[in-house]
Design a protein around this ligand. Structure first.
Ligand code: GRF
Length: 218
């Protein structure tokens, strides 16, 4: 089989890194169109850094403490360019990126959010989902725009909200869906099958997998 040209991906984290793990697992396949070339954290103790080290992936910590947002983002930008990074995946990265950074990487940053965007942006999502009594929630991988938790949607998965759900039980089921959707969304983006057209992502030859809703092509 012809070797695929793999896009170089940096995963930005602040914590445990379970989505990072899902991306690393997916990228272990030789046919996956992306390689995880760098894991960057703003927190030196982030568990995800150990996951990366265990997988033999380069890591970097850039602390945000005592820095203006622009200075922090400029440091990250330089590190990513130094390493020839093509795409950025935010995976539990708890810093808002400046509009300047996002614009410099337009259509090359993905984020995973634990709700069916545009519903339930921001933090404490599962508590609010339960309080509002919605019957379905889920997760979204989207292309990052300067506004928080906004941007063209690459892929989503729906997760039912059960009567006896707590924020913790719901978070666990949504997280399992994130682990399926993020590798799919990165593969679609890295292979060029997902393209931003206006405010939407159009996916070429999309096949809706079970329990997973992907924007159909055309
Ligand atoms: C995930 O729920 C993600 O949607 C949110 O932060 C959490 C990160 O979890 N943005 P992990 O570090 O990937 O385990």
């Amino acid at each position: 089989m012809a070797e695929v040209a793999r896009k170089k991906v940096a995963v930005l984290i602040s914590g445990r890194g379970s989505n990072l793990q899902a991306l690393i697992d997916a990228a272990a396949s030789p046919t996956y169109p992306a390689e995880i070339a760098l894991v960057l954290s703003n927190i030196a103790e982030a568990g995800g850094l150990d996951i990366a080290r265990g997988a033999g992936i380069a890591t970097l910590t850039v602390s945000h403490k005592g820095k203006a947002r622009e200075a922090f983002d400029a440091e990250i930008d330089a590190a990513l360019r130094d390493r020839g990074i093509d795409l950025i995946c935010l995976a539990g990265f708890m810093r808002l990126l400046t509009p300047g950074f996002v614009t410099a990487w337009t259509d090359r940053i993905l984020n995973v959010h634990p709700s069916l965007l545009p519903a339930f942006k921001g933090l404490r999502v599962h508590e609010r989902v339960i309080a509002d009594g919605v019957r379905f929630t889920g997760c979204t991988v989207h292309v990052v725009r300067p506004e928080m938790d906004a941007g063209p949607i690459v892929a989503q998965a729906a997760v039912p909200v059960l009567d006896d759900d707590t924020p913790e039980t719901l978070a666990a089921r949504v997280l399992a869906a994130e682990h399926r959707v993020y590798p799919l969304a990165l593969a679609l983006t890295a292979s060029g099958r997902a393209q931003v057209v206006g405010d939407r992502v159009v996916v070429e030859g999309a096949v809706a997998a079970q329990g997973m809703l992907v924007n159909p092509a055309g």
